[in-house]
Design a protein around this ligand. Sequence first.
Ligand code: PLP
Length: 359
Amino acid sequence: MNVRAQVTNLVPYKPGKPSDEVKKEFGLSEIVKLASNENPFGYSSKIDEWFRENGVNHAIYPDGYASNLRNSLARHYSLKPQQFILGNGSDEVIQIISRSLLEPGKKTVMPVPSFSQYKHNAIIEGAEVVEVPLIDGEHDLQSMAEAIDESTSIVWVCSPNNPTGTYINDAKLRSFFDKVPKDVLIVLDEAYYEYVTADDYYDAISLISEYPNLLVTRTFSKAYGLAGFRVGYGMASEELIQSIEPVRQPFNTNVLGQAAAGIALEDQSFISSCSKSNREGLEQYYQFCKEHGLSYFPSQGNFILIDFKQDGDLLFEQLMKKGFIVRSGQALGYPTALRITIGSKEQNEKIIKVLKEIL
Ligand SMILES: *Cc1c(COP(=O)(O)O)cnc(C)c1O
């Protein structure tokens, strides 16, 4: 088959082992999964309540325009409904953007290490990937601006950045945006927005009206706890959104996901309580790192990257045998580190205890 050369050389995304498999393999009764930045508290109880009382018709296609969810988002952010693009997770929004703007001969600039899907999609589209290394876990915005040239179509910014948890402050972000040519799309990935507490964080919604070449992505998979439903979205000027809408599949978000996301959005007290617990959880890890002289990046997300100064894969294996699944830094560009999702207080205590034993 004449598969595109760039696809032949790509490796498919390698998901972590399912918890049930790990249980069986190591004879464990319980698994604590802290690998994919899911919400340890699940999701708003209002969602199950709603599903108990309201059925959805599985036999009919979803509303392809996701009108109810779109309108709820518009109200929530005081934007127009036409300023949103919904996706089967923000992963799909990244794919739609890449498909719309990238092709052979075009370049795309991105930080590294960062979220893997920017590069993955760019390679599929045959575009040239320009990776700009982080400095101390943070975007090197100066070098990223300098890397942009006439053939650049997209520049990716991830704040808070996965896997480092670092963020960009308002002043730095604006000064970078001012350097990006108006015909280069800036994608600002804010998958962890709801967890941010930094005082000098920017307001992405007002930046959208100031920068017509800015597209912001957010998701229901992380703080909203709906990873299994696959709903993410992009927000930008109406004109920008309309220019990429034709690439979106007609029924890309499903009936259940649309319903669940709409309800989740209404329960902001769930989000603030999760964000508060997350702050407290991060403190548990900071304390542990200080006690053991381990370096880490202060995080604005619901995960922490800790440098253990030993092989991340080996450490990962040791933890898995004890019933904890985390992400090895090997595949994330930090070979001697682990990325650990912040769990509940009890989960954090448990894994920290095991880590202390291993150390
Ligand atoms: C998890 C994540 C996403 C994708 O989430 P979806 O489940 O596809 O919405 C996007 N960007 C970053 C940085 C992430 O960590």
